[in-house]
Design a protein around this ligand. Structure first.
Ligand SMILES: [Zn+2]
Length: 429
């Protein structure tokens, strides 16, 4: 849970880092010496930079040793053309000054160019299906936008994603386990069944499969994973190819974010959202709480399947020790009000305590009501017309009072008092 707080913080660090990174270098010059304003630089394809020979008198001539890598205009404007190395020579008064240029592929703004699968994407990407062997060791690195078909999922992939060979198998396994544990099926909801994929993925027949978009984020542009009833987007730094990882300075600065295993917990978390949202519009506490709860339940069930699942599960247990408590003191007298208050305060993006509180509520319900608690709650909400189509994910104060009553009808009149007691016991442990 704590890691979600951390990821929000790091996102801000990344954005700031990119500003610093894009600022051109400046250097202090001696008064009258003839000098080139740059002797060495790294550029990205498409970048331009104006070379200036300071204090030069007379004609200044610019040339490039390799125009295919970097070209230069008569006025000294250097344009990075393609990956490689070139030297720009600057002649003045029989003297030659040099600037060594390394051009790298532009990985910085891919996130701007590649958007969500439901939004338009650049033309000419093409549809390209890849298949995985099913064995973890057989990694595939994507060199363009492509997709993989699973049993229950359609995985849409950004370029430069490094997938272990058992990735699709594992995602299918997560989806099947989630369906078993919650008691609802992805395919039983026809929600938005008429929606089609857009961009390069237009025309792919995905049937009842859930699209999962794996995004290899560069610098900014959706640095989080998120979910809708129709699809989810996953950003996991462990899935970014080493090549891209090495080429983006801000990634290296945050090297600790890259783990040596795929974060299946995030995938289970987002897929829980997809599944529950397909049936009902939950409050934010119950949305995030159930996603935390079922990610834990799924990893617990799958931990012995392979080492990635095991590592995720162990990592998660370790994270539990950092449990961040809820801002407000929780008492028997205010628990229901906190639940209702979801319509304004807890729905805020920066409120991470809803994850903790919601997960503890789910723990309580599971222990005291049984394994069907989520299915029964979702069915009761759907019956009361709290569906995504009716609410579009936004709930008013009246709606939340109504949802609190549905909650009490199902789990008992004293359920909020009991949750407060349970919560305080858990937190003190
Ligand atoms: Zn979530």
């Amino acid at each position: 849970m704590k890691k979600r707080v951390l990821s929000v913080l790091i996102c801000m660090v990344l954005v700031l880092g990119s500003i610093v990174w894009l600022t051109p270098d400046t250097s202090v010059e001696a008064a009258s010496a003839v000098k080139l304003n740059k002797k060495k630089m790294t550029m990205y394809v498409g970048d331009t930079f104006t070379l200036k020979l300071k204090n030069a008198k007379g004609d200044v001539k610019f040339s490039s040793t390799d125009k295919k890598v970097a070209k230069v205009s008569a006025k000294g404007v250097v344009t990075a053309v393609a990956e490689g190395k070139a030297t720009i020579k600057v002649k003045n008064n029989k003297k030659t000054y040099k600037c060594k240029i390394t051009v790298k592929e532009d990985n910085r703004y891919i996130a701007d160019r590649i958007q969500d699968p439901v939004n338009p994407l650049p033309e000419g990407c093409g549809i390209y299906e890849i298949k995985l062997s099913g064995k973890a060791k057989d990694h595939v690195i994507t060199d363009r936008l492509c997709y993989i078909m699973g049993e229950k999922c359609l995985i849409l992939l950004d370029k430069d994603i490094d997938l272990p060979g058992d990735f699709v198998k594992n995602v299918d396994l997560i989806m099947t386990t989630l369906e078993e544990k919650i008691g609802l099926k992805f395919s039983d909801s026809n929600l938005f069944s008429t929606w089609k994929l857009d961009g390069p993925w237009v025309g792919i027949e995905y049937g009842k499969r859930i699209p999962i978009y794996i995004n290899c984020d560069r610098v900014d542009g959706g640095y989080i994973s998120y979910a809708f009833p129709t699809y989810c987007k996953i950003l996991d730094y462990a899935l970014i190819s080493q090549k891209v990882w090495d080429s983006v300075p801000t990634y290296k600065d945050n090297a600790w974010r890259r783990s040596d295993y795929v974060n299946y917990e995030t995938i289970a978390h987002e897929l829980t959202h997809v599944l529950t949202l397909r049936y009902a519009s939950l409050s934010s506490i119950m949305t995030e709480g159930s996603a935390e709860f079922y990610a834990k339940v799924v990893l617990e069930a799958l931990q012995d399947k392979n080492t990635d699942f095991k590592k995720c599960y162990e990592h998660r247990v370790e994270m539990d020790t950092f449990i961040n408590t809820v801002e407000q003191e929780i008492k028997k007298s205010n628990m229901e009000a906190i639940f209702v208050n979801d319509y304004k305060e807890l729905s805020m993006m920066d409120r991470t305590d809803k994850y903790t509180l919601g997960c503890i509520i789910c723990d309580y319900l599971y222990e005291n009501y049984g394994a069907d608690f989520m299915k029964d709650y979702i069915n009761a909400l759907a019956k009361a017309k709290y569906t995504y189509e009716e609410t579009w994910g936004s709930l008013s104060e009246e709606n939340m009072k109504d949802q609190a009553n549905i909650f009490k009808n199902l789990f008992g009149k004293k359920v909020f008092e009991s949750i407060a007691t349970y919560y305080n016991k858990q937190v003190k442990q």
